[in-house]
Design a protein around this ligand. Sequence first.
Ligand code: FO1
Length: 323
Amino acid sequence: MSSSPRVVVLAGGVGGAKFTLGVRAALARRGAPEATVVVNTGDDLWLSGVRLQPDVDSIVYALAGQNDTQRGWGRAGDTERVNHELQAWGAGWPWFTLGDLDLGTHLARTGWLRDGLTPTQVIGRMSRRWPLGVHLLPMTDTEADTIVVLCDGRRMHFQEWWTRHRAALQPAAFENPGIGDAAPAPGVAEAIAGADVVLLGPSNPVVSLGPILAVPGMRAALASTSAPVVGVAPIIGGRVVRGMADVCLAAIGVETSASAVAAHYGARADGGLLDAWLLAEEDGALAPEVAGRGIRPIVTPLWMTDAAASADIVDAALDAVGV
Ligand code: FO1
């Protein structure tokens, strides 16, 4: 057992932020080095001339203690004066809220990108203002925004499908144009190679972890690391914990069950990703099924009610693989 494990986390936004708070707390308890957190950038978009990175911002705001805990996204105590003005101009999306403080982030980011900084360097700048207690990296520096292909053939940005239509339009597929030419952001593959454990957070397997895993080189990095790869089920008691992940799973033919999601990631021994899989106590009966798929099941409470509960989940994962 190492008291100072080098931990890499793959994470989406809102759930990823809750999980990352737990990672930071669990590693602080052990006196371990900061984790490297690789965040999905498939949710990113250009809107009203600014670059938004919703999942990056959800994690940054949560770790900085600046997040709106009620909504799960955006800044605490934000106002919407600029948003009203944008709407009066007919700019942006009427169903999409850009808070005033949040817009400050988007303007700063867009300015830095226009100055030639990469997304990795922009996140580095953000971490100077708010030391995050983790090393946050985007999955890639290449733009690869998620597009939803609907069953009726229409295509729309993921954020329109998610926030305007609340995932109610039947999706046929999710695509990330440009991802074929992408590479993991600088430091990502190196962190995975040097890790003692890699954690797949309880994020949406399709539109959060899906784009991360679709970056060329990412799966190879995970396959070749000597670190165990441990996933956390985003399903508790047969239901998605948050968001509309069940609609996304159905679109790719995966049942909303913790065992089916484990099968979707696959056993590392069979060319998949997972060595071990954290299952909620409510899904303990699925443990033999998961084990039968060649993945070690670990049954533990999975509700991330606060940072301490999330840290307990991380402890369970680290303890199970002896790091
Ligand atoms: N989610 C909404 O449901 N409605 C919004 O108007 C909205 C605005 C928004 C602005 C900035 C940002 O970073 C996130 C925002 N979100 C909003 C959350 C976001 O759409 C999704 O929850 C995530 O991308 C999914 O992880």
